[in-house]
Design a protein around this ligand. Structure first.
Ligand code: AG3
Length: 303
């Protein structure tokens, strides 16, 4: 006999109405998602850029929100951070110099530094407080921060990339918030063409591209910017992300020069020397096939 450990939903009169909840109300989709908390808010900082808060949830571990939007939870951030990093770095022949725009929680940085070929990883987040809070509440993401290959800068990514030398990076990963507030410019055509200039031939751009289900116009816009900038092949890789609106998220990859995203180092990926919790060569291969509903929308714009 299989015993189910899931208790049925509580009846209203049994509910604990005293325990606090965190809810992200996501107006654009008319949805909300909530987590029951185990304590009052752990921390909060109002910075010149945004309002960062930290909560302790009952079932997802710690949760960081920025301006009311969930950025990550302890339980499921591995999905996002692995998929923002490994497909791109296993597509490049030998990624050496990697730039992370945003990513202040250092989760992407940790994944990037798992690649032995990487000799420099520069992270440029506008808000130092994101990193300072991650060090306290998500120390597992910050384990590689003192790696000699890592450089943590607190600066405006838009301005940084403008001044970066031509052909100086093998991969640029845009690990940003939603396209509002300080991150808005990171979704603009000017920034994407600066990234194109800064990448070497064969270089990979990765942009967090929101939900394939509810943000199709945005994904179209991201890909139009990439195409306009001169990128040849582009692909939107979907992955589950329970803590974000719709529970589903994506990373859009673009390659510079005459390369195809279908050709990744599958053998190296299979024989990788580090652990991942979601990413595998097979899931990489599978994610390269865009689902028909998304393909249709992109095809309409010749993307
Ligand atoms: N970056 C993507 C956050 C977008 C979430 N949007 C939302 N909850 N409305 C997260 C940074 C992780 N390194």
């Amino acid at each position: 006999m299989i015993s189910l450990s899931c208790e049925p939903t509580m009846l209203p009169e049994q509910r604990d109405t005293q325990t606090p909840w965190f809810s992200e109300v996501y107006e654009p989709a008319g949805t909300a998602q909530s987590w029951r908390l185990t304590a009052a808010r752990l921390d909060a900082r109002r910075t010149p850029y945004q309002h960062i808060e930290i909560f302790a949830t009952e079932s997802y571990g710690r949760l960081m929100s920025i301006d009311g939007c969930v950025m990550l939870t302890s339980r499921d951030n591995f999905l996002y951070h692995e998929m923002m990093t490994h497909p791109a770095l296993f597509t490049h022949g030998q990624p050496r110099d990697v730039v992370i725009i945003g990513g202040g929680d250092c989760g992407t940085l940790r994944e990037v530094l798992k690649h032995a070929s990487v000799r420099s990883a520069v992270q440029i987040d506008i808000d130092e407080q994101v990193t300072r809070l991650a060090e306290i509440y998500f120390p597992e993401l910050c384990v590689s921060n003192s790696d000699p290959r890592a450089r943590l800068l607190f600066d405006d990514g838009l301005a940084w990339i403008k001044h970066a030398p031509d052909a100086s990076a093998d991969s640029i990963i845009i690990d940003s918030t939603d396209p509002i507030g300080p991150a808005e410019g990171l979704f603009g055509p000017g920034f994407v063409s600066d990234c194109f200039r800064v990448l070497r031939s064969g270089g990979l751009l990765v942009q967090q591209s929101e939900s394939p289900l509810i943000h199709q116009p945005l994904i179209k816009g991201i890909r139009e910017n990439m195409r306009q900038a001169g990128f040849t092949d582009m692909r939107t890789l979907g992955f589950p992300q329970p803590c974000y609106p719709s529970g589903w998220w994506s990373a859009t990859l673009a390659v510079k020069g005459d390369h195809s995203l279908d050709a990744f180092r599958e053998q190296d990926s299979r024989a990788r020397s580090f652990e991942t919790k979601y990413y595998t060569a097979a899931c990489h291969r599978g994610a390269l096939t865009e689902p028909p509903f998304l393909r249709k929308v992109l095809q309409e714009s010749g993307l």
